[in-house]
Design a protein around this ligand. Structure first.
Ligand SMILES: *Cc1c(COP(=O)(O)O)cnc(C)c1O
Length: 375
């Protein structure tokens, strides 16, 4: 079976350095808040060109803590894309906020800025753009909108760590460092993945960074002094060591996925009946997913055919978030979310990862072509 991802090949590249750092951490028993945590936070901040990095236990926690840090209150509205992983909206709802679902763009699958702007009212506190599948959102427009209405931007960068967004004419920044706070996830399959759960927040704002640090650690500036209500959300030292070993390779691995995506696009572009991922002129797509669009009536049959050909594929995501039982009664949405609706019926993600071989891709390509030639 050809799988969606293969994480073992990343491990093989870092095995030697991991053996060393793991035995050091274990011999020191520095499992919580060990040296690697602080080294990783500095290295990540340097890599991204951002002032502060604060690690935490997951990407979902990063979103929740960020919303706590901006002072989200019960009844506050936060604009999120209707087409994303649930965690984006879940964090808002968990704190008593109201997720307000904007539609997405049919080409990038990312939040539609016109839809987002339509949803702003007196209760709106923030926008959470999600850089979905490795593709940067239109941050130029989002930053302009946020400034105009005095809103915070929390970037959900769980799927796009290492992708770059052009701001203005010739100024570039990594996604996750443009809004007030950027969040990421180190879930194993994410661009920078560890051996379990993990997450981080990024900000240039000293005050925000201090609040985030407080909240993530029981609201205590020093041990047993609790200034505000916080949570226990820590990355552990072993996971930090994995991430430190992987970080120097992140750009190469992202490039490898970009190359693999270019190969798919080259080989599949002559097929009628599918739409291939599109890139924008303002962002570097790092292809966390390679997601094609297929006519509604053919999407599930194609997936079944691939499965019979021993090729995995995934539907990310099979329904817009507002139609999920958890959200349908506690959220609001734009009157027109037809793109999110349509994508949930037409998208299919093909296997892609940093170490996929051309031979493996050729098998996927051949199977997709077979399906369409047998129609
Ligand atoms: C993975 C993911 C998250 C949550 O990250 P966890 O580390 O699994 O909690 C949030 N948002 C998006 C878009 C994700 O893909």
């Amino acid at each position: 079976m050809i799988k969606m991802v293969n994480l073992y090949s990343q491990y093989v590249e870092i095995q030697d350095s991991l053996d060393q750092s793991f035995s050091k951490i274990i011999s020191e028993s520095s499992f919580i808040r060990g040296e690697d945590i602080f080294l990783l936070e500095n290295e990540l901040a340097d890599f991204l060109g951002v002032k502060h990095c604060i690690t935490c236990a997951s990407g979902t926690d990063a979103l929740t803590i960020s919303l706590m840090a901006i002072g989200l209150e019960r009844g506050d509205e936060v604009i999120v894309p209707a087409f994303s992983f649930a965690a984006t909206a879940e964090a808002v709802a968990l704190l008593g906020g109201i997720p307000v679902f904007a539609d997405v763009d049919p080409e990038t699958f990312n939040i539609n800025t016109k839809s987002a702007e339509r949803l702003i009212n007196d209760r709106t506190k923030a926008i959470i753009p999600v850089h979905l599948f490795g593709q940067p959102c239109n941050m130029n427009q989002l930053v302009r909108i946020a400034k105009k209405y005095g809103l915070k931007i929390i970037e959900d960068n769980a799927q796009s760590l290492g992708s770059v967004c052009r701001i203005g004419q010739n100024f570039e920044r990594y996604t996750g460092t443009i809004g007030d706070i950027g969040c990421t996830s180190f879930f194993p399959t994410k661009p920078l993945g560890t051996f379990g759960d993990g997450g981080a927040m990024f900000t240039d704002d000293d005050y925000m960074a201090e609040r985030i640090r407080l909240i993530a650690n029981h609201g205590q500036p020093t041990k047993y002094q609790h200034q505000i209500i916080g949570v226990n959300s820590r990355l552990d030292t072993l996971q930090a060591a994995v991430l430190r070993a992987k970080l120097p390779r992140l750009n190469d691995w992202n490039d490898a996925r970009r190359n693999a995506a270019a190969y798919y696009t080259q080989q599949l572009s002559c097929l009628n009946g599918i739409e291939l991922p599109q890139e924008t002129d303002f962002g570097t797509h790092i292809y966390h997913q390679y997601t094609i669009k297929v006519a509604r009536e053919l999407r599930n049959p194609l997936q079944t055919f691939l499965n019979q050909s021993h090729i995995s594929s995934m539907v990310y995501y099979p329904s817009p978030l507002y139609s999920q039982p958890a959200f349908c009664n506690i959220s609001k949405r734009d009157y027109d979310t037809s793109c999110a609706e349509d994508l949930s019926k037409t998208v299919l993600s093909l296997p892609i990862h940093s170490h996929i071989s051309t031979g493996t891709q050729d098998k996927v390509i051949a199977a997709v072509c077979d399906f369409f030639s047998n129609l």
